[in-house]
Design a binder for this molecule. Structure first.
Ligand code: SAT
Ligand code: MN
Length: 606
């Protein structure tokens, strides 16, 4: 290897040839002042958080041990889907729902952007592992970044450092993840607290299992182990290898009789996945424990059941709306400290605040770093950005299931697909069989939230809550789901359910109280699996029979619950052309079975 005179480059704690040559190649291209091989230690955390404080990026929070407040550039606040690309060789392999560019062309464009992009900065090499390090085949990645914020966030969100590089040895496979904020510093120039670039690219090369990200420092754009690796690249890998990489929480539900069920549930970003994952049941004797709040990797076990592992090590949760009522366990997790808060508001005495949190502090610093009072809130200027986030270690969660780190994963009994729909979609419905469940997932729809840039509120199809995360053709993805169901023993497969906590009455009020009361729906679901709950056949699936949903002690209008569960044939008939239109956009890869399911639904609706 040619000797490049960059301090630190040769302090590699590894003899891994492919890794070494890639790191050298990137250093040569990006021209950092220094290279640091990350070891994942407390010392490294202290050094880098200190550096971030000195740079004005982080503000320590005296009210919370080892925790920091951070505000991003106001133009870098969410995933940028229109700048996200799947660069397969054949555009048909990216499909109609992804942006595509020829891989060679993209590499040439991005190589020009990366040239010298780390000048004046430190280049960090972060070896990480998605999922348990003790797995038979650990899922390694290495992220190269010029952002200290990314390094410390990766400390929380993934397994990082020395133990990873040791387990990788000299030849383990890994996903190279290249990230630059794209803001080289001229000699002597002052840095800004949140360096980024107006030009952004979040690019995936699925055939090479490689990720290139440029220009953004925020969330899923920059923490490349998350959506980029664990969903887009992993979904492509999962298709080749016969498993599933899904945008799902994983929870453990224990009944008063100590029966245990594991449930995986897919909802679009910012639809309450974290709240459901950490739910405190309102019905006596039932218990929820958390295994994950965002991503599930599911593989078939020797017994034919589907086993789920959460590849992550932390929670990157939406802050607004989180409080002691909606999610007390998230509040308790955050109280323990060791957390990073981005784009929330800061109180004068060194705590954080966001819309929906208890208390009404008078004088805040908003996410825009401006003095903020409730009058500003009344004038429509929120104190926290709607996509502001907390980043906190999983092992601080008081209801963490002890098996969360088990490399075998947990056997899934039920899969839930949910969205945010004001009308049409009932509170809960069970699919008739696997293929019907795939149809429910493939036609999942939701009102757009703030987790991605763009107009909030409009309804869009979000298949399996994976629309922005499927790393290949969405039609092939549906086919993969159908195929897995055919290969498997039907009795061992999870049952599939459709849920909607967000249905509204004519005056706009929510028909179902949600949050802890969703345990009533979970109870019906697992009682269905155990053969203990009655269901009524409808055109769209099996819904709770009258009185089958446990409403004891619940202070709601019975008529509202009935309205939340109702199937309105007219609303569903109006849905048919929308599904048809959605299927048309998928193109020729759409499995014919999905059209068959649509035809069957049309017929059942009469
Ligand atoms: O910013 S992320 O993509 O990591 C969070 C999310 O949208 O779920
Ligand atoms: Mn998510």
């Amino acid at each position: 290897m040619t000797a490049l005179a960059i301090p630190g480059l040769d302090h590699a704690p590894t003899t891994h040839e492919r890794l070494l040559s890639w790191v050298h190649e990137v250093a040569e291209l990006t021209s950092p002042d220094e290279v640091v091989w990350c070891d994942g230690t407390q010392e490294e955390w202290d050094r880098l958080t200190g550096r971030l404080v000195d740079a004005g990026t982080f503000v320590p929070l005296p009210k919370r041990p080892n925790s920091f407040w951070c505000a991003s550039d106001p133009d870098d606040v969410a995933r940028v889907e229109e700048r996200t690309f799947i660069c397969s060789r054949d555009p048909a392999d990216a499909g109609a729902t992804n942006n595509w560019l020829d891989p060679a062309e993209m590499k040439s464009v991005m190589t020009d952007l990366y040239r010298g992009s780390m000048r004046g900065r430190t280049m960090y090499v972060i070896p990480f592992c998605m999922g348990p390090l003790a797995a038979d085949k650990p899922m390694f990645g290495v992220e190269i970044t010029d952002s200290e914020y990314v390094v410390v966030s990766m400390h929380i969100m993934t397994r990082v450092g020395r133990r990873v590089i040791e387990r990788m040895g000299s030849d383990a496979d890994f996903v190279p993840c290249l990230h630059s904020v794209g803001a080289p510093l001229a000699e002597g120039a002052d840095d800004v607290p949140w360096p980024c670039n107006e030009t952004k690219y979040i690019t995936h090369f699925p055939e090479e299992k490689t990720i290139w990200s440029f220009g953004s420092g925020y969330g899923g754009n920059a923490l490349l182990g998350k959506k980029c690796y664990s969903l887009r690249i992993a979904s492509a890998l999962a298709r080749e290898e016969g498993w599933l990489a899904e945008h799902m929480l994983i929870l453990k539900l224990t009944s008063p009789a100590d029966r245990v069920h594991y449930v995986a549930a897919a909802f679009p970003s910012a639809c309450g996945k974290t709240n459901l994952a950490m739910l405190e049941p309102t019905i006596p004797g039932w218990r929820v424990e958390t295994l994950g709040d965002d991503i599930a990797w599911m593989r078939f076990g020797k017994d034919g059941r589907l086993y789920a592992v959460n590849p992550e090590n932390g929670f990157f949760g939406v802050a607004p709306g989180t409080n002691w009522k909606t999610n007390p366990n998230a509040m308790r997790t955050l109280e323990q400290g060791n957390s990073i808060f981005t784009n929330v508001a800061r109180t004068a005495d060194g705590d954080v605040w966001w819309e929906g949190m208890e208390g009404s502090p008078e004088n805040l610093t908003s996410w825009k770093k401006q003095a903020w009072t409730p009058a500003d809130g009344a004038a429509g200027e929120p104190a926290a950005h709607p996509n502001s986030r907390y980043c906190t270690p999983m092992n601080q969660c008081p209801v963490l299931a002890p098996e969360w780190d088990d490399p075998q994963g947990v056997p899934i009994s039920a899969i839930l697909f949910g969205g945010r729909r004001a009308t049409t979609v009932p509170l809960v419905a069970q699919a008739r069989d696997w293929q019907h469940g795939v149809f429910l997932g493939a036609t999942l729809s939701s009102e757009k939230t703030a987790a991605a840039t763009g107009a909030v509120g409009q309804v869009r199809r979000d298949p399996m809550a994976m629309l922005p995360f499927i790393g290949y053709n969405a039609g092939d993805y549906f086919q993969h789901w159908v195929d897995l169901g055919k290969q498997a023993d039907a009795a061992a497969l999870p049952s599939i359910f459709y849920v909607n906590w967000f249905r509204r009455g004519e005056d706009g009020r929510f028909l179902w109280p949600g949050f802890g009361e969703n345990s009533r729906v979970l109870k019906w679901i697992v009682e269905r699996l155990d053969g203990d709950a009655a269901a009524a056949e409808t055109a769209v699936g099996l819904v709770p029979a009258a009185d089958a949903l446990d409403l004891s002690g619940l202070d709601v209008d019975q008529a509202d619950v009935e309205a939340a569960l109702a199937i309105d044939a007219d609303e569903w008939r109006a849905e048919l052309p929308l599904i048809e239109e959605w299927f048309d956009t998928i193109g020729p890869a759409l499995p014919s079975t999905m059209r068959d399911e649509l035809a069957a639904l049309r017929q059942r609706l009469g």
